[in-house]
Design a protein around this ligand. Structure first.
Ligand code: KG4
Ligand code: ZN
Length: 338
């Protein structure tokens, strides 16, 4: 079954063509540098850029996959959660296409798509995924631990009480005037930094997370060292980036490790944009090794938002001929599972 995927929940416009839930025939993402000067996503700009980018991306993926619209069997679109204007751009485009081509379509949960994205390499290799899984989803808008049963069915075990991990990376990079999105910038600077130079607090909240304490402490240190505006060449900036990243990763690893001990599972999943972080990936691999569990994680370039994971996640329901009605609304807020 050939599925066209569409992703527009935040500031990346994604269109992809995926066969049978895991074979990626084409996958294009158009990012939006227009948000750079603002140090964060401007919803109005995001929605407009999606509307402009979608037709060209559709043409491009059809050409790459050597397909016509007539070869597409169904359409999977991110229905939520996300910025409502941004979601509506993809939602209306995808549903219009489904209607005019008389194709079934399905609305996909963005976080379920991230989890599916982490499983895709194993599914493509024909490796059976064992359930239940323990999944850490870390993105710009969400940080939460889930138990994932076959289906997939999700049960939330704990989430952040304040910022998402990616949001904390973005805010520290913004404070230091380093650019946006901040996660990849901090990741790069941290590689040449001393993570022991600055001492930062770690919140310890059972299966929940909090990043406001570490963020405030990092802000104080930055101001005390007269950092902003910070030069990436300044060793103190690299050391602060490394210390901050280490504190965030410590909290993510310690909480996941606690959940793994409390909730026996058959595998670990690391998903969402922050899963592109190199230190987090390394430490997660070590954790999975210590727990003697298989680790499921996307390649770095498929950890951030893309439509291949959306098309893949839509396959489960479309494969069982459970398409959505054409009058469903997009959902800015949409809890995942129980
Ligand atoms: O999943 P995603 O692309 O969009 C949302 O659904 O939010 O995640 C974007 C987030 C941003 O906050 C970005 O700074 C962060 O993922 N991110 C990273 C890295 N690459 C992206 N954070 C840390 N290290 C990275 N290498
Ligand atoms: Zn995402």
């Amino acid at each position: 079954m050939v599925i066209l995927g569409i992703e527009t929940s935040c500031d990346d416009t994604g269109v992809a063509i995926v066969e049978d839930g895991h074979r990626v025939l084409a996958n294009r993402v158009s990012s939006q540098p227009e948000h750079q000067p603002f140090g964060g996503v401007v919803p109005e700009i995001a929605a407009r850029r999606h509307v402009e980018a979608l037709p060209g991306l559709l043409e491009a993926v059809l050409a790459t996959a050597d397909k016509e619209l007539a070869d597409i069997d169904a359409i999977a679109i991110t229905r939520g959660p996300g910025l409502i204007g941004a979601l509506l751009a993809g939602w209306c485009f995808g549903r219009g296409l489904a209607r005019s081509c008389r194709l079934p379509y399905v609305g996909v949960h963005h976080l379920a798509a991230h989890v599916h994205g982490a499983l895709m390499p194993s599914l493509a290799a024909g490796v059976e995924v064992p359930y239940p899984l323990l999944a850490l989803i870390v993105s710009g808008g969400h940080t939460a631990l889930y138990r994932v049963d076959r289906g997939p069915a999700f049960e939330r075990l704990g989430a952040t009480r304040d910022d998402a991990a990616g949001e904390a990376f973005d805010k520290i990079a913004k404070l230091l005037e380093l650019g946006f999105p901040g996660g990849p910038i901090i990741d790069r600077l941290a590689a040449d930094g001393d993570s022991q130079r600055f001492s930062l607090p770690r919140a310890d909240l059972g299966l929940e997370f909090s990043f406001s304490g570490v963020k405030t402490a990092a802000r104080r240190l930055a101001l005390a060292n007269s950092l902003p505006p910070a030069s990436p060449e300044d060793q103190r900036v690299r050391d602060l980036a490394a210390s901050f990243q280490c504190a965030v990763v410590d909290m993510l690893i310690d909480t996941t490790s606690r959940a793994a001990r409390e909730q026996p599972s058959s595998g670990l999943v690391l998903a969402g944009g922050v899963a592109a972080n190199r230190e987090l990936r390394m430490r997660f691999a070590t954790l999975a090794g210590d727990l003697d569990l298989p680790l499921y994680v996307s390649p770095r370039e498929l950890s951030t938002d893309n439509a291949a994971m959306v098309a893949g996640a839509g396959y489960g329901r479309l494969g069982q001929a459970r398409a959505d009605e054409l009058n469903l609304p997009a959902r800015a807020s949409w809890p995942l599972g129980r």
